[in-house]
Design a protein around this ligand. Structure first.
Ligand code: KG4
Ligand code: ZN
Length: 345
């Protein structure tokens, strides 16, 4: 008989549910909140309210898409950290309610572990160890993924995350939020060598990333060259391409350096920024050049989604790692609260 697990993700501004059946994703529903756009970043109070409105229909839709029902579930997995506490609590309380009503176990999933394992959604037979680069709106992290549940943090960002660098740069260029997809699109027509923006290497630490200097240099560049008027056309495309190149170059160079120093021959790029076309191309090229295996996620599995929670949850479920109903949500971990450009740029 097949075994099914319901997974729920609500750590930031996506309300998502998925069903995992015998270790494979059977359905995935993502409801993305659009109400934050005019504020230039995620507003926690609005996010919690939007999760409350979306959670029941999203869960119902995930069950329907998987052609299953509540009574067929064996467990419910949910993100418990890190994230916006008010947002996490909506998913956690829904999961607890379902677990109690059905008499099935609750499984607590760490959001970053789920991102790291998201490459397994489409590559279930992928081998360990691999170097996992998590690049999203809230995180820029490098992990040695030695196996399920065995992760060693090797590098983190000292300030802005890669996604924040895209979002804050886009804000300075008047491109709206989230800015990553807009910069990616406009950069396609630009020259990445047109302007030399700084690369975010932290001098005192070999491993850590830093992106706030890049954003500041864009601000001064615009002030000195455009005097308050926003660039357009070819000039905008060149600035976007050069700014994007600085972020991508930093990520690729550092990842390759760490892979070499750790002797890791397999790389996985995950998170929302993994959708960036230049990052994908550049990472692939460099991995081919250096003879490393390169893996990444489809964009739908890069941004926050419950399929990755389901895959991480499935491994815990089969290992018997259940969580008590007293489990609470935690904001903890690196700068999870700082997603988006709403924090002072
Ligand atoms: O993983 P995600 O949904 O958020 C967090 O968990 O934090 O990623 C969202 C981030 C945003 O900063 C967005 O601008 C960025 O991913 N992003 C991109 C692209 N698509 C999304 N950045 C660059 N290029 C893209 N194509
Ligand atoms: Zn995330």
């Amino acid at each position: 008989m097949s075994r099914s697990l319901l997974a729920i993700e609500s750590s930031c501004d996506e309300t998502s549910a998925a069903v995992v059946c015998d270790g494979r994703v059977a359905s995935l529903i993502i409801s993305s909140q659009t109400e934050h756009g005019i504020w230039g970043g995620v507003v926690p109070e609005l996010a919690s309210r939007a999760h409350l409105a979306a959670i029941a229909p999203v869960v119902t839709a995930a069950l329907e898409q998987a052609h299953t029902e509540f009574s067929a579930l064996q467990a419910v997995a949910v993100t418990t950290e890190p994230g916006l506490v008010g947002s996490l609590l909506v998913g956690l309380n829904a999961a607890k309610g379902i677990a109690v009503a059905l008499g099935i176990p609750l499984i607590s999933v760490h959001h970053i572990e789920a991102h790291l394992l998201s490459v397994l959604i489409d590559n279930p037979d992928m081998q360990f160890p691999y170097l996992g680069l998590v690049v999203s709106g809230g995180h820029t992290l490098l992990y040695d993924v030695k196996g399920i549940g065995r992760y060693e943090l090797l590098a983190a960002t000292r300030d802005d995350a890669a996604g924040e660098a895209f979002d804050k740069g886009a804000k300075l260029l008047g491109l709206g939020y989230p800015g990553g997809p807009a910069i990616d699109r406009i950069a396609a027509d630009g020259n990445p060598q047109a302007h030399a923006f700084p690369r975010g290497f932290v001098k005192t630490s070999q491993n850590d990333f830093s992106f706030s200097g890049l954003k500041t240099s864009l601000r001064y560049f615009l002030r000195d060259n455009y005097h308050g008027i926003l660039p357009v056309g070819r000039e905008l495309a060149d600035i976007c391409a050069s700014y994007q190149e600085a972020i991508v170059d930093t990520l690729v160079t550092k990842t390759m350096r760490v892979a070499a120093s750790r002797g890791l021959g397999r790389i996985a790029v995950v998170g929302g920024v993994a959708a960036n076309s230049r990052l994908r191309a550049s990472m692939r090229e460099e991995c081919e050049r250096q003879g490393l295996e390169y893996h990444t996620v489809r964009p739908v599995h890069g941004t926050d989604n419950a399929a990755m929670i389901g895959i991480a949850g499935w491994h815990k479920f089969t290992a018997g790692e259940t969580a008590p109903l007293t489990t609470t949500a935690k904001a903890s971990m690196i700068r999870a609260e700082r997603k988006g450009g709403n924090t002072a740029a």
